[in-house]
Ligand binder design. Structure first.
Ligand code: BES
Ligand code: ZN
Ligand code: ZN
Length: 501
């Protein structure tokens, strides 16, 4: 989609479709909309008066202009009540705009930016708007024949401003929005790809491709190096699969001096069958998404590099399948991690923490000022929080606060679960340093307790994205399948890093 930001008068714009945004509780029509209303014999004010258009969020009304103004059609899009407006509602309204226009078979749309600017003062909305419009267009069609008539797409989006001074900030924000939407789409593609076509080796190749971006370096460790390093967790999980494991290391700004190093760790299980503790068949197909954390780390680094942010960022992604092959780890086996600690593997389906343990300890060598890990770690987190919000746990109040703020701003929100001492009891083992599952309750927390044994040397936040990484239904700017969660949150966190320090 080509995005164009320009100045001009909406009432004079020869658009295919001209889009205005409205609040539900504001009845006065002003500016260009008032002009168009008059030219169209009060059609808009009457629609509103007669309640045939109520500007609830994501509601639209479209009508032809019969040559009375240069634009062929007008579309009104609701934003809901004024007091309830948020950037995410702008993101949603933009998504609704894009998909409604696309479904009408129109490929060019002109949005009257002023109709939002008068409603929201900050410039940030431009970025959210572009994210919504682009992400709403996302479809995963790699393996599907799509008849030509269903291949509609918006090819051009124009944002029309009346104020010349707003052009520069709007264009900058639009560019950030494009970078982010592009990274989120990249992440969604990786996650939606069937496990057969995204083995650890394929993910490693994708990471190497990322290193073509200026500032990014990629190194991939294979089995011999993993053995040498003693990454017993990753090797143990990989034992049951014919696909060899890979440990992906991405570095952005590796040589930056006097910059904080932030390490991002992502769970990269390309398929989680459960191993010998085999999962039930229902919804097992969704377990191709068990590398969502790893994908988010890749996407975030891609976006951060494109934005040329100053921090030094390291991404660590342990990658393997979790399969029940003849040489698979068995319940009761004991593994020894990179750190030297041992764990009794009581349940082979609790594999994420085993591969993360190695990555988290390995991260110490980068001396991070902060480490954030993202993992589709537990069904228990889905039970607790559903798919609305990501579970957060960690060992550092300041970092948790930063992540929480970044979550609110990007609308990839997080909710803290307690990581209190009492829970550590559950992962004690008689025959190893720890065991890999706790009791039947508080599973998201006991999983984090396990990780906490490997993160003592730096400020750490763990994000359990098991619920938020996958969508069961379509909504304004997400489709069924991978959500791409994590990218927006991580980029926001890094963007704001120096602002708060
Ligand atoms: N990948 C799963 C967690 C998961 C569940 C992600 C649902 C997305 C949706 C993880 O490896 C797992 O199987 N966890 C087990 C842990 C249990 C055996 C302690 C779980 O949550 O059931
Ligand atoms: Zn599992
Ligand atoms: Zn898993």
């Amino acid at each position: 989609m080509h995005i164009n930001v320009k100045t001009g008068a909406a009432e004079k714009e020869p658009a295919e479709i001209l889009v205005f945004y409205l609040y539900e509780d504001i009845k006065i029509i002003e500016g260009a909309l008032a002009y168009c209303n008059k030219a169209l014999n009060d059609i808009i004010s009457e629609l509103i008066k007669e309640k045939r258009f109520i500007a609830r969020l994501n509601k639209t009304s479209t009508f032809p202009t019969y040559g009375k103004i240069p634009a062929k059609r007008i579309m009104l899009v609701g934003l809901g009540k004024k007091k309830d407006v948020t950037l995410d509602k702008i993101r949603q309204a933009a998504g609704t705009t894009a998909s409604t226009v696309r479904d009408m078979g129109i490929d060019e749309v002109t949005s009257v930016a002023d109709s939002i600017s008068v409603l929201l003062s900050e410039n940030e909305w431009y970025q959210a708007y572009i994210e919504g419009a682009l992400l709403a267009q996302y479809k995963y069609q790699r393996y599907k024949y799509v008849p030509p008539e269903e291949r509609q797409e918006i090819t051009a989006l124009t944002l029309l401003l009346s104020n010349k001074d707003a052009l520069k900030p709007a264009r900058d924000a639009v560019r950030d929005g494009q970078i982010i939407a592009d990274a989120v789409s990249f992440v969604r593609d990786l996650i939606n790809t069937p496990a057969q076509d995204k083995t650890p080796a394929v993910l490693a190749d994708e990471a190497k491709q990322l290193a073509r971006e200026p500032g990014i370096q990629c190194k991939v460790l294979s089995r011999p190096e993993l053995k040498k390093l003693g990454m017993g967790g990753l090797l143990a999980v990989a034992q049951g699969s014919v696909q060899p494991p890979k440990f992906i290391i991405l570095e952005y700004n590796a040589r930056a001096k006097n910059q904080d190093t932030i390490v991002l760790v992502g769970k990269g299980i390309t398929f989680d069958s459960g191993g010998i503790c085999l999962k039930q068949a229902k919804d097992m197909d969704q377990m191709k998404s068990d590398m969502s954390g790893g994908a988010a780390v890749m996407g975030a680094i891609k976006a951060i590099a494109k934005m040329k942010l100053p921090q030094r960022i390291v991404g660590l992604i342990p990658c393997t399948e979790n399969m029940p092959g003849g040489s698979a780890i068995k319940p009761g086996d004991i593994v020894k991690f990179y750190s030297g600690k041992t764990a009794e593997v009581v349940n082979t389906d609790a594999e994420g923490r085993l591969i993360l343990a190695d990555a988290l300890a390995f991260a110490e060598r980068y001396r991070p000022v902060a480490l954030i890990d993202l993992a589709t770690l537990t069904g228990s987190c889905v039970v607790a929080l559903g798919n609305v919000v990501t579970g957060m746990m960690g060992n550092n109040e300041e970092l948790k606060k930063r992540v929480k703020i970044a979550g609110e701003k990007s609308w990839e929100r997080v909710w803290e679960l307690p990581l209190w001492e009492e829970y550590q009891e559950q992962i004690k083992s008689d025959i190893a340093d720890i065991r890999n599952i706790g009791g039947p309750y508080a599973g998201a927390i006991t999983a984090a307790c396990f990780l906490s044994k490997f993160t003592e040397k730096y400020p750490w936040v763990h994000l359990d994205i098991a619920g938020t990484s996958w969508c069961d239904k379509n909504s304004a700017y997400t489709q069924k399948g991978a959500s791409g969660v994590g990218v927006r949150l991580l980029v926001q966190l890094v963007q704001d890093w120096n602002r708060f320090s």
